[in-house]
Write a protein that binds this ligand. Structure first.
Ligand code: GTP
Ligand code: MG
Length: 422
């Protein structure tokens, strides 16, 4: 269900996680020179042999004097006497050292030390105490393993998220509300670098849930709490699935012996359609003739239900839009006369973005108590469910998931949010 929205949200989250991770993989300025790099004067870790501190009482290892480049030997004629070398030219003999010492005194690299250079002697002050070092390292480690989701990172996510939502029929106002909620949940969050995706998903799941979750209505409990039949009127645009949904509803709540009211006296064959459902379901249908007053048909159905011990009246009405002023007035009259307990707006999910304006229209005319969203079995996008619930701030009771009587699924916001963000 809602596979398109699910897929797009997944793409958006993965894309932004990738961007954030890449950015964070680059060392921050502070990371290039972490605190552990102490000033030169405090460096206690030797880098060159020259820096090897000399313990008190020990003499510094002797520096090897620059090796004189020997003159190429002067070739002499055979028998000629070897040139006599003066004492100054005598070849310097390499001092013979015991084997171990030879190994210990490695020749130091020939780096000319500036005159007057002083070898820093380590003192207690220069060496950080173990606890202090531990703290510094912990800080560095934290910066390596954690990151803060700052405004630029979160805004990148929101750009992607908004696009994903709008592409899937979520109304602009609703998409913006979701984005703002996600922003509030994420911004400034410190998160383990390996947990960026999970953190974003949790925030998104909660924001979606927040949009969809409205106080639910327990129909059985409502019926049980009343001493007269519960009256539910179903209305909406043409062809959205009102009559079919009434039949599904009658099937689901058949233990309350529902009575069906043929309140659509406008569209040809609408009465016969409802009668056929009643016949199949074994439910009583109260009808007048075409063109009759819809409010009066429903009134009669309520009377019949009360007299026959039925606990539930399900009233069908004609499809109508904002263009049908007369029919909108008729619906107002239906509600005024019968004072239904539940005014249920039936919305076709395939309507897409128009759900937003339809919801507003009917809510302004008669006040909507709950929504049923049909045809989700043939609707991949899913945004309609978010838009309807958020726009009206009223619960989506059920989802129509097919053309069979049993295909009416209870709308559980948490389940849908979890399914959208896995
Ligand atoms: N796939 C699918 N089809 C549905 C669903 N609900 C209704 N339909 C179909 O939608 C079409 C219209 O259904 P109706 O119940 O006649 O709609 P309506 O709102 O009463 O129509 P009008 O009375 O003309 O305004 C029918 O073919 C139904 O079978 C659903 O949840 N899924
Ligand atoms: Mg109908």
């Amino acid at each position: 269900m809602f596979d398109s929205l699910k897929k797009r949200l997944k793409q958006a989250v993965e894309k932004v996680t990738g961007i954030i991770s890449k950015e964070e993989a680059r060392p921050e300025k502070s990371m290039q020179a972490p605190d552990v790099t102490m000033p030169d004067s405090q460096v206690s870790v030797p880098r060159h042999e020259e820096d090897v501190p000399v313990r008190r009482g020990e003499s510094k290892p002797a520096r090897e004097p620059p090796v004189p480049i020997p003159e190429p030997p002067i070739s002499t004629a055979a028998g000629s006497p070897a040139p006599v070398l003066g004492p100054a030219e005598e070849p310097t003999k390499e001092p013979v050292l015991p084997k171990e010492k030879k190994r210990a005194v490695k020749p130091a690299p020939r780096i000319q030390e500036p005159a007057g250079a002083v070898h820093a002697e380590p003192t207690e002050a220069r060496i950080r105490k173990p606890a202090e070092r531990k703290g510094i390292l912990a800080g560095v480690l934290q910066r390596i393993t954690e990151t803060t989701l700052d405004a630029p990172a979160v805004d990148k996510l929101l750009d992607e998220l908004k696009l994903a939502l709008l592409e899937n029929d979520v109304a602009l106002e609703v998409a913006e509300a979701i984005c703002s909620d996600v922003r509030n949940r994420l911004i400034g969050t410190r998160v383990g670098r390996g947990n960026v995706e999970a953190t974003i998903k949790t925030a998104l799941r909660e924001a979606l849930l927040h949009v969809m979750q409205q106080e639910t209505i327990d129909i059985d409990a409502l019926i049980a709490s009343r001493d007269k039949p519960l009256v539910a009127v179903f209305f909406g645009f043409n062809g959205v699935g009102k009559t079919t949904t009434i039949a599904k509803f009658a099937h689901r709540f058949r233990q309350h012996r529902p009575v069906l009211a043929a309140g659509d006296t406008f569209r040809a064959a609408s009465i016969e359609q409802l009668e056929e459902h009643g016949r199949r379901l074994g439910a009583r249908v109260i009808k007048h003739t075409y063109g009759a007053d819809s409010a009066a048909v429903i009134f009669d159905a309520v009377r019949h239900a009360s007299a026959s011990g039925s606990r539930l009246v399900l009233a069908d009405t004609a499809g109508r839009s904002h263009a049908n002023t007369n029919l909108m007035d008729e619906l107002k009259k239906v509600c005024k006369v019968n004072k239904p307990d539940l005014k249920i707006l039936v919305l076709d999910s395939l309507t897409g973005n128009d759900i937003y304006s339809q919801s507003k229209l009917f809510d302004a005319a008669v006040g909507v108590d709950a929504v049923i969203l049909t045809k989700v079995d043939v609707y991949e996008k899913g945004g309609a469910a978010l838009s309807a619930a958020y726009t009206l701030r009223k619960p989506v009771l059920f989802l129509g998931t097919g053309q069979e009587y049993g295909e009416l699924k209870e709308f559980v916001a948490g389940e849908i949010a979890s399914n959208l963000i896995t």
